[in-house]
Design a protein around this ligand. Structure first.
Ligand SMILES: [Zn+2]
Ligand SMILES: [Zn+2]
Length: 285
């Protein structure tokens, strides 16, 4: 493992939180969702066998909390077999370098996300002018420079399988970011969406604080391709998931999930796409 890893120079702690912060929810016997401030991480695997992976790596400065939650669930000194990234935004890779150093585990992401994770390319600037609330207004302080994981990151296998996540396959769900993926398990139709869609109106600080459940498209301030985002949501809705854990907000399941997804697909332009903002294609409306 080489140690030439670094965050971008704009890396910093972001003072935003929700009432769900610090809380773990056992969504399925082998799926634990834990909220770090405003973002979710997922531990997927059976606590009996200790074969598990971590999906996404939380906010900046949260490595200790992530290790604590992991050890509480899987035992002292337990370590995941792999880290899987839904995408590379700062709130999903915030503590990844400390975690790689502590656990010495391989990290996987989609090929198209690798430039943002190997120091080659910055994400487009968040749009603080987008229709939305406080979190959108705060977005200029969000880190966008690429982190560099050097040789510690690999691309996901092209056959759709997910390393150390038997039964799951990754699904390319771009739009929010070019190499964004979601994870789906056929057996129980469990879906980990990342930010392809979320269950909270992420641009409203009030709704982020209270985690009021409301199926929505991807967080607005960082989404640059709404047409592709819509196609990704259509792709995920077609899977008819029984439960969805999203990058932000509470897990959603059953009829509520299916009905909300149907509505999101039907009214995507109204519900998800902001009325104004710099990444809005006028032709979409
Ligand atoms: Zn994101
Ligand atoms: Zn996010």
């Amino acid at each position: 493992m080489d140690n030439e890893m670094n965050y971008g120079s704009d890396y910093k702690f972001i003072p935003a939180t929700s009432i769900g912060s610090g809380i773990s929810i056992q969504v399925l016997p082998d799926l634990l969702c834990h909220t770090i401030q405003i973002v979710n991480i997922n531990l997927v695997g059976d606590p009996q066998t200790n074969d598990f992976v971590l999906v996404d790596a939380g906010m900046p400065n949260s490595a200790n909390e992530i290790i604590e939650v992991t050890e509480k669930h899987f035992g002292t000194n337990s370590r995941p077999k792999a880290l899987i990234l839904t995408h590379g935004h700062f709130d999903h890779v915030g503590s990844i370098i400390e975690l790689i150093e502590h656990w010495e585990v391989p990290v996987y992401a989609h090929e198209l996300e690798l430039p943002f994770l190997t120091g080659q390319m910055s994400y487009p600037e968040p749009d603080p002018t987008v229709e939305g609330g406080m979190v959108a207004k705060m977005s200029p302080m969000f880190p966008i420079e690429p982190i560099d994981l050097g040789r510690n990151i690999e691309k996901l296998p092209s056959d759709g399988s997910v390393p150390s996540m038997p039964g799951f396959r990754w699904i390319h769900t771009p739009g929010h970011s070019p190499g964004h993926i979601s994870l789906f398990r056929e057996k129980d139709r469990a879906l980990i969406t990342g930010d392809a869609f979320v269950t909270v109106k992420q641009d409203s600080l009030y709704k982020v604080l209270t985690q009021e459940q409301e199926l929505n498209g991807p967080p607005r301030y960082l989404t640059t391709d709404w047409k592709t985002s819509k196609e990704s949501v259509i792709k995920l809705a077609a899977l008819k998931p029984t439960v969805a854990v999203t990058g932000h907000g509470l897990p959603m399941s059953g009829e509520l999930l299916l009905e909300s997804l149907e509505k999101l697909v039907r009214d995507f332009d109204k519900i998800a796409v902001p009325d104004y903002g710099k990444y809005i294609d006028k032709n979409l409306h």
